[in-house]
Design a protein around this ligand. Structure first.
Ligand SMILES: [Zn+2]
Length: 416
């Protein structure tokens, strides 16, 4: 007798399992895939829906979520007004405030099928209140959700020299990685120095690097080449991620091709955040306006591992967001001109397999003997998922059914 069997589901992109199959679970593992004759203590009808490994959120800020409108709304929509508002809101941060908002948000993410999250946490506060709250939360949710914590110096490292020491303290407290914001440092050379600092620290501690990189509508914001170069020089390579990189959209073609070659050779990961960046970038442009999308299509085509992140949810930087990863992928389909059949399939990989590679997850995917962690969504194929962005019908973590969401049903009162 198996613990549970999900009957009649379809695995996307699997050369082995083309048609509908049953997935059998025992002791938290997938023990059988195919036509299962045994019975399960719990039997769930998958209705021919799609079964995917869980979504992976590769870039969010759990310490800022659910604060939009506090103390005021970001009326200009710019990064700079967002930073100003956050400076005020963060004076009110307490351990309980961060814990309550982050926990509420994680529950939204889990119901939306996300079981792996990489969060940034601002460490500019001398007491590291937000970091301590999120690290404690990481331990509490561990049985069903994997949370990676990146110490993020929002106020800079050269502009706020105490942050260098705080980054190291954050690692000692248990952070998984460190960040920098080179394009917000006072000068180009200070930006380079901030990158040198975090690569030195990461070499010493063997942690992840996740850089806020070139989140500017500025062709002169070219820190991506420094990140790729340092990743090669230090050998940290696949431990390194460059997030946002919106300035790539403004680079001249010859320079972009040079950087693209360097990024591909370095083997670093690129994370793009199409929801927030399409809303926030281009605010200073005249028409035609840049729309804040990094050149993810060209990077993917050149063999770079690109993932799509949802990023901010209801913050001073972005007032919207539900946590649905398919919404972010849907936005990327438009802004990156990725509406081809193979491109749509790729967008789904960018919020699953590729994001899992960014987080360097050791165990991920659907296979016999692997952890029974997966999601089931209504739809026949990737195109359906991106088109309709359906809620997850079931979310299963380590063999345990965590959430079930009943689909909305339309009732017709006329035959016409
Ligand atoms: Zn961000």
């Amino acid at each position: 007798m198996l613990d549970s069997i999900f009957r009649h589901v379809r695995l996307l992109g699997s050369p082995t399992y083309q048609g509908p199959v049953d997935v059998g679970i025992k002791d938290g593992k997938i023990v059988e895939i195919g036509e299962i004759t045994a019975l399960g203590e719990r039997e769930i009808d998958g209705s021919g829906h799609v079964l995917l490994p869980p979504f992976v959120e590769s870039h969010i800020h759990l310490d800022t979520v659910l604060t939009a409108g506090e103390p005021a709304w970001n009326e200009s929509g710019t990064l700079f007004e967002g930073i100003g508002l956050w400076q005020k809101r963060k004076l009110l941060l307490t351990y309980e405030d961060v814990t309550a908002r982050a926990e509420k948000l994680l529950r939204m993410q889990i119901a939306a099928g996300i079981l792996h999250v990489r969060t940034m946490v601002d460490i500019s506060d001398p007491n590291l209140t937000a970091l301590r709250a999120i690290l404690a939360l990481r331990e509490r949710v561990k049985p069903y959700l994997n949370l990676q914590v990146i110490a993020f110096p929002q106020d800079g490292i050269r502009a706020c020299p105490d942050n260098e020491q705080r980054l190291e303290l954050a690692l000692e407290l248990g952070a998984d990685g460190i960040s920098a914001v080179p394009h917000l440092e006072p000068t180009r050379s200070e930006g380079e120095a901030s990158l040198d600092s975090i690569f030195r620290l990461a070499e010493k501690h063997g942690c992840f690097i996740h850089v806020f990189c070139d989140e500017m509508d500025d062709p002169h914001s070219t820190f991506l080449e420094n990140v790729a170069h340092l990743a090669i020089r230090t050998g940290l390579r696949e431990r390194v991620t460059a997030a946002h990189v919106n300035a790539t959209a403004y680079y001249g073609e010859a320079y972009f091709q040079k950087v693209l070659g360097l990024v591909a050779r370095a083997g670093i990961h690129i994370v793009c955040c199409p929801l927030i960046n399409s809303a926030m970038q281009g605010r200073f442009d005249s028409y035609p306006r840049g729309r804040g999308i990094a050149r993810i299509k060209e990077m993917w085509q050149a063999g770079v591992n690109v993932s799509i992140a949802h990023d901010d949810i209801r913050t001073p930087f972005y007032p919207l967001g539900t946590g649905n990863m398919l919404q972010a992928a849907h936005m990327a389909a438009h802004l990156a001109h990725m509406t081809g059949r193979e491109e749509i399939d790729e967008l789904v990989r960018m919020v699953t397999m590729r994001a899992a590679r960014t987080l360097q997850l050791k165990e991920y995917g659907i296979q016999v003997g692997g952890s029974a962690s997966f999601i089931i969504l209504p739809g026949d194929h990737e195109m359906d998922l991106i088109r309709t962005q359906p809620p997850c019908r079931y979310v299963v973590s380590g063999g345990e059914l965590i959430t079930e969401t009943k689909p909305a049903r339309t009732v017709w009162f006329t035959d016409n």
